[in-house]
Design a protein around this ligand. Structure first.
Ligand SMILES: Nc1nc2c(ncn2[C@@H]2O[C@H](COP(=O)(O)OP(=O)(O)OP(=O)(O)O)[C@@H](O)[C@H]2O)c(=O)[nH]1
Ligand SMILES: [Mg+2]
Length: 322
């Protein structure tokens, strides 16, 4: 049984909630699945032109050039070896390959790995406007619902209004926040945050950072300093570093991700604004180009619009028309 049939079967059962993925990936699905369908309608059997068009569809979905070429070659080889020339079957093989390629890169633990004793510290990084602060609020909301004590730390002391924005979220969520004056050293705010977390038995501390574009060297120095002061107070902190990537930026997001990975040990990626883009293939490009797992995806602006990344639901949302 091909993957598509398997997924249709799996998600036809009522206990599987894929509605959010389906809704959030509407634009990406239109761009990808509808084009695939249309292509297979236009050809009776596949030929070189078919594969060229298939390649184009993948590139337009933002899965990246190198990944596209690899997958197309794979599909081509399989079609030759197994003498398959039916367009629909070729498309199914393609989707199977997308799944296998992602899954083969190892098991993924999406949830934050919580420490047994003492606070777990999550540092959130990413460039301007990608959705860091919103994602922090969504993550806080998620873990508050799991009865955890969450503390926010506004180490974005650079942009006017950044602290206020996080404060507003903290008020809405009824949780504490540690802040500093605009312009103060972000590392000192982070340090205050760690002290408070330890003193008050916090389960999860989420630290917001400035999204300003700076040289690699400066970014490395700033993040390095923040990390050093954290580890002074809490062993091995930060325990997780999430890089936030805006899906609407397409391949630019992949470039950003590579740059951040070079300066700091990113443990997970959150892709935001999946609802606002047809470039949903970016998840495959990131996984292929970086090897860092996508842990959560943002599917809207509300607190509940954050979902754990799930490969089955993602491919179902991307490939299956309702
Ligand atoms: N549609 C949609 N909008 C989102 C999502 N995540 C964030 N946004 C919006 O993106 C905009 C920027 O979000 P912020 O959280 O302020 O981004 P930031 O990275 O903290 O920005 P800076 O602090 O300026 O670097 C806001 O209008 C958010 O509502 C998402 O998953 N879907
Ligand atoms: Mg922000």
């Amino acid at each position: 049984m091909g993957l598509i049939s398997f997924l249709k079967d799996k998600f036809s059962k009522k206990d599987q909630k894929v509605d959010k993925y389906q809704a959030g990936l509407t634009r990406s699905r239109k761009n990808f699945s509808s084009k695939l369908h249309n292509l297979s309608e236009r050809y009776k059997t596949v030929n070189q032109d078919y594969f060229d068009e298939l390649e184009q569809i993948l590139i337009e979905s933002d899965v990246g050039i190198s990944f596209t070429l690899k997958v197309i070659e794979d599909v081509l080889n399989t079609s030759k070896k197994e003498h398959i020339s039916n367009p629909q079957m070729i498309n199914e093989i393609l989707i199977d390959k997308l799944f296998v390629d992602y899954a083969e890169k190892g098991d993924i633990q999406n949830e934050i790995a919580f420490r047994k004793d003492g606070p777990t510290v999550l540092l959130v990084v990413g460039v301007n406007g990608v959705g860091k602060t919103t994602t922090i609020a969504k993550l806080a909301h998620r873990y508050i619902k799991q009865n955890m004590k969450v503390l926010l730390v506004a180490a974005d002391t650079f942009r006017a209004g950044a602290v206020e924005q996080l404060k507003t979220w903290a008020e809405r969520l009824h949780i504490d926040i540690v802040t500093g004056q605009q312009g103060t050293d972000p590392a000192s705010v982070a340090y205050d945050g760690m002290k408070k977390a330890k003193a008050e038995n916090i389960d999860l501390v989420i630290v917001d950072t400035a999204g300003r574009l700076q040289t690699k060297n400066n970014l490395m120095l700033e993040l390095g300093k923040i990390k050093r002061v954290m580890a002074k107070e809490i062993p091995d902190a930060p325990h997780e570093i999430f890089l936030i990537i805006d899906a609407t930026t397409g391949q630019n997001g992949v470039v950003q991700a590579k740059a951040f990975k070079e300066v700091t040990d990113v443990t997970g990626i959150v892709i935001t604004k999946m609802d606002g883009t047809s470039k949903g293939g970016i998840i495959l490009a990131i996984r292929d180009g970086l090897g860092v797992p996508v842990r959560f995806i943002g599917l809207g602006e509300k607190l509940d619009d954050l979902e754990e990344f799930d490969l089955d639901k993602y491919l179902y949302g991307l490939c299956v028309e309702n």
